[in-house]
Design a binder for this molecule. Structure first.
Ligand code: ZN
Length: 296
């Protein structure tokens, strides 16, 4: 288990520590809690709903990778089934700041890669920045998304983002986290990691550029982690596919040194490309990580 997670555990109320420690000591802990686990935590701690999620924030922030700021942000999203997904901010030494992942983006993408379709609320240890307010406005159910901060009443997203600009302003009906299939055939791909990237491309949200794209990371023990591209109506808050795959790697408890190889799949016909940024970010992580690339 990560040292940061062990340290974070000590910040939880005692009654919560005893319930959570077995789960987070499990090598397969995936930084999420099932509705049954949430019920167990509520029963053991006497904390319910938002109070429990606020108490769990140190665990989320323990996943931060912040070599530049050393400022750790934690976020917890809940989907409509009641499952909780943790997330934290991720920075990359040696690449431009636009490649940074914010905690809210991390928790949301974490939930997305595990199949969440609609989020009901997000709990964060700091007020969401403008970039994240815009990122969240792309979500399925953005209108009713509730934001909970410490020592504040919960407020809906559009209280934090009044007069929002969003997908509808560009005539787009699809939303992030809806069940998208971009009708790409991937049957002819015989490299498994590249096929995983192409399958992620098939589930990506790219209604503005049409660059359906996905990335897949293989770790040194042979596990695959996929990431779908998450495009945004305001363009800049879009989250590249490599970042979404790296979020999955990080939230599964791996480190960048565990990365063996990476694949990127995108559309040949698009007006945008992730190739240069993907290469630059990977080079900064470790120039020896091989990148397999293909266009459809
Ligand atoms: Zn942010």
């Amino acid at each position: 288990m990560r040292t940061a997670l062990t340290d974070a555990l000590t910040q939880l109320p005692d009654a919560l520590q005893s319930v959570v420690s077995d789960w987070i000591n499990d090598a397969n802990f995936g930084a999420s809690f099932t509705p049954e686990q949430v019920a167990q935590m509520e029963s053991a701690s006497g904390l319910s709903g938002a109070a429990l999620r606020l108490a769990l924030l140190p665990l989320a922030a323990a996943y931060a990778v912040t070599p530049i700021s050393q400022f750790n942000v934690g976020a917890i999203v809940r989907d409509e089934s009641g499952t909780l997904y943790l997330g934290a901010n991720i920075e990359f030494t040696g690449v431009q700041l636009g490649q940074t992942v914010h905690a809210e983006q991390c928790a949301i993408s974490h939930a997305w890669t595990k199949g969440a379709k609609r989020l009901t609320d997000i709990t964060i240890n700091y007020s969401p920045c403008g970039h994240c307010r815009q990122f969240m406005n792309e979500l399925n159910g953005a209108e009713s998304l509730s934001i909970q901060l410490p020592q504040c009443d919960a407020k809906d997203l559009h209280t934090y983002l009044p007069e929002p600009f969003g997908p509808a302003d560009l005539g787009i009906e699809s939303r992030l986290l809806t069940d998208e299939s971009n009708q790409l055939s991937t049957d002819d791909i015989d490299i498994p990691l590249l096929k995983a990237a192409a399958d992620a491309a098939n589930r990506s949200h790219a209604p503005y550029s049409g660059n359906y794209s996905g990335a897949a990371v293989e770790t040194s023990d042979g596990e695959f982690f996929s990431g779908m591209y998450a495009e945004n109506a305001a363009f800049n808050p879009s989250l590249p596919p490599l970042q979404v795959a790296l979020i999955a790697v990080n939230m599964a408890g791996y480190h960048w040194t565990d990365i063996r190889s990476v694949a990127l799949a995108e559309m040949a016909s698009s007006t945008v490309s992730h190739l240069a940024d993907t290469q630059a970010t990977l080079d900064a992580i470790d120039p020896d990580i091989p990148l397999v690339y293909s266009t459809r």
